[in-house]
Design a protein around this ligand. Structure first.
Ligand code: FES
Ligand code: FES
Length: 149
């Protein structure tokens, strides 16, 4: 049994403690905005926040997230008000197929919390998420727009 707080709601799930957090979020809790890409912490599609830090949830055992505040893409906006990163994404038409984008947005939201005005070098260092559609130029533009919003 694991007790989790996801997007401010408590969940008790009957899973092995070694189960990756990503599976629990998707399969047990039913929040499918967070995606599975590689399963080995390389692509970033599964990025969520754990106590405000960007974490690749495919590679974090659920037991390591107990007692912490987990935020998924479904919980990033404040009610009907989009997060500044989501607004930047809409304004710059960033997504193509969209598969990587929830993880990308969560990674960027954590970056802007740490560095409200990131340089291109900061972005290169931190945003290592992979987009097979090649949206990297739009991602960069939307990050700068969100930082200046
Ligand atoms: S699915 Fe987690 S990093 Fe790729
Ligand atoms: S928008 Fe398609 S993988 Fe990134």
């Amino acid at each position: 049994m694991a007790r989790l707080t996801i997007n401010g709601q408590s969940h008790s799930v009957d899973v092995d403690p070694d189960t990756p957090l990503l599976w629990v979020i998707r399969e047990n809790v039913g929040l499918t905005g967070t995606k599975y890409g590689c399963g080995i912490a390389q692509c970033g599609a599964c990025t969520v926040h754990v106590d405000g830090e960007a974490v690749r949830s495919c590679s974090l055992p659920v037991s390591a997230a107990e007692g912490q505040q987990i935020t998924t893409i479904e919980g990033l906006a404040s009610g009907a008000t989009l997060h500044q990163v989501q607004k930047g994404w809409v304004d710059h038409d960033v997504p193509q197929c969209g598969y990587c984008q929830a993880g990308m947005i969560m990674a960027v939201a954590a970056l802007l919390k740490d560095k409200p005005k990131p340089t291109d070098a900061d972005i290169n260092d931190v945003i290592t998420n992979i987009c097979r559609c090649g949206t990297f130029q739009q991602v960069r533009a939307a990050i700068h727009a969100a930082a200046n919003a």
